[in-house]
Ligand binder design. Structure first.
Ligand code: NDP
Length: 327
């Protein structure tokens, strides 16, 4: 028997999440049985712990869109018992039971061997949010980061915190947009050189183009903030759009694309092929200053997850929640 957070749907259509004991035989099919060590809380997890947000189709359900642990059994040649692995994406925790459990069974194709230098705990301090931040940084690098500061929006959240740390570690001048003035010291500790108030960027401005201000941008917020930022980019600079914490509508014009050659790059972490996932995890092991991770970690256990799910949806979680599933 092992512990898992199980979400059940009642006859009234309402969902509830609680820690329950499961058997290995309860787990869905897959080639690799993993003894999970750490998992995290991402925005999607908040949805899956709660009403499902359209992501979960069948109940009972075990959420957890990412986890790291040790292979316990494998019928696939690529993995053997004792191997350390990390998983993000592939709709695990949504369409397939995920990491909010002491054991998970998944397809071998979905796993990545943990790169040397990363512990399972550090991998989950990074998690899907940090993995996505690295994909965003790699996308900006592919297009060329310009001379000006690199803007990170939603900076004190998971994606923003890791993006700030990676970019500052790579030597870029990072400007962080935050709606929480009390996060300024935290963001400076991660490497931010400049703090920009959310209200300043959200202020309504009719002009489609403003002064060239940013040499690149990792945007976790979308909505009106992304629209405004597009008009502030340097000539030929790119914005890597990661999320929609501030809304899905994009009230922008085509002018920044036409007159400034700005590129808007969409980042999807879910269906990344193995090679790019492995490359991103290797870059994380190499380029993320691991000593910064402790500052962004909020530790938790499985029993904290129902409450944390609601908090992340409410924008109250700072940095990364790292869940010790055996804690
Ligand atoms: P978090 O909730 O940890 O962070 C989001 C941050 O955005 C908050 O901390 C806050 O930062 C800011 N924010 C929240 N609400 C608003 C608002 N109404 N207006 C402006 N800013 C706001 O989430 P994550 O960092 O984990 O994820 C960020 C987004 O990226 C989510 O939409 C998520 O679904 C998406 N995502 C996408 C992935 C992909 O594959 N494309 C993968 C992972 C996440 P502050 O207080 O500093 O302003």
């Amino acid at each position: 028997m092992f512990d898992a957070v199980v979400v059940r749907k009642g006859d009234d259509g309402k969902t509830s999440a609680q820690v329950e004991q499961l058997e290995v035989s309860d787990l869905p099919e897959g080639e690799v049985l993993v003894s999970v060590e750490y998992t995290t809380v991402n925005y999607k997890d908040g949805l899956c712990i709660g009403s499902g947000g359209g992501l979960v189709r069948t109940y009972p359900h075990v959420p957890g869109i990412d986890f790291a642990g040790t292979v316990e059994e494998s019928s696939d040649d690529r993995y053997a018992p004792g191997d350390k692995v990390v998983l993000t994406g592939w709709r695990v925790g949504e369409a397939h039971w995920g990491g909010y459990a002491q054991k998970a069974r998944v397809k071998a194709d979905w796993l990545v061997p943990l790169p040397e230098g990363l512990t399972t705990r550090a991998a989950m301090a990074v998690g899907t949010a940090g993995f996505t931040a690295m994909l965003a940084v790699m996308a900006l690098e592919d297009r060329g980061i310009k001379a000006g500061p690199v803007l990170v929006t939603g900076a004190s959240g998971g994606v923003g915190s890791v993006a700030t740390t990676i970019l500052a570690g790579l030597g870029h001048r990072v400007a962080c947009v935050t709606g929480r003035p009390e996060s300024a010291d935290y963001l400076r500790d991660l490497g931010a050189a400049e703090i920009v108030a959310r209200d300043e960027i959200n202020e309504t401005v009719k002009k489609p183009l403003e002064g060239e201000r940013w040499g690149g941008c990792v945007d976790a917020v979308g909505g009106a903030m992304l629209a405004r930022v597009l008009g502030q980019m340097e000539y030929g600079a790119s914005v890597a759009a990661v999320g929609l914490a501030g809304g899905a509508d994009l009230p922008a014009t085509v002018i920044p694309f036409l007159l400034r050659g700005v590129s808007l790059l969409g980042i999807d972490s879910v269906l990344q092929p193995f090679e790019s996932r492995q490359r991103a995890w290797e870059r994380i092991a190499r380029d993320l200053p691991l000593d910064k991770l402790d500052a962004m970690i909020q530790p938790a256990t499985l029993s904290d997850l129902p409450k944390l799910g609601a908090e992340i949806l409410d924008g109250q979680v700072r940095g990364r929640v790292v869940v010790d599933v055996n804690g």
